[in-house]
Write a protein that binds this ligand. Structure first.
Ligand code: NI
Length: 187
């Protein structure tokens, strides 16, 4: 088990556009996935992207298989390894052209410890990519699942959630915003 250091906002490695994975089912990729899973579990994260541990590859993991003290009210999202993701926003009735509905929701990030903000995201998306074995993944999702995927995939294009915030009156310290939330970690 290797818990890696999570880079914090201000580190220029978080601002890079990550490189696509070209070798699937490799020892190197499996080791990266193990480290990401161990690091996410140790931090009670709902997701983690390879750039957050300094690895310049298009790999994200996310999911909340069980209760997460950082997000006690979050719906369950299947534990997923996603490489080279492509996100397509959808309209409410599943079309890829038209008016894409946005939703506001609270987000935090292990690279931005101690803070939460209301972040606008597409309410409905289709996403595609590959797992660590090179098998394709394709899903159409909404709500919290869609939010988590958009947040994690933003890390692959050098975007942190504060860059998506529009209303800075809804951006603050977790302990002040949610005094009852026992996050179990320092953020
Ligand atoms: Ni994040």
């Amino acid at each position: 088990m290797t818990v890696r250091e999570i880079l914090k906002m201000g580190d220029p490695r978080l601002l890079r556009v990550a490189q696509p994975v070209t070798a699937f089912d490799s020892d190197e990729l499996h080791l990266l996935i193990t480290d990401l899973l161990d690091t996410m579990a140790a931090a009670n994260g709902a997701g983690l992207a390879a750039p957050q541990i300094g690895v310049d590859l298009q790999v994200v993991i996310f999911g909340s298989g069980e209760f997460n003290p950082r997000y006690p009210d979050a719906p369950t999202v299947p534990r997923t390894v996603l490489c080279n993701p492509v996100i397509t926003p959808l309209t409410e009735d599943g079309q890829s052209l038209g008016a894409f509905e946005e939703e506001l929701g609270w987000e935090g990030c292990l690279s931005v410890p101690g803070l939460r903000a209301m972040v606008p995201r597409y309410a409905h998306i289709h996403y595609a990519g590959f797992d660590q074995y090179g098998d394709p993944i394709e899903r159409t999702v909404s709500g919290f699942h869609a939010r988590v995927v958009q947040h994690e995939c933003d890390h692959l294009i050098g975007k942190l959630y504060p860059m998506r915030v529009r209303d800075f009156t809804q951006f603050g310290f977790t302990k002040v915003l949610f005094p009852g939330l026992d996050a179990g970690v320092d953020d």
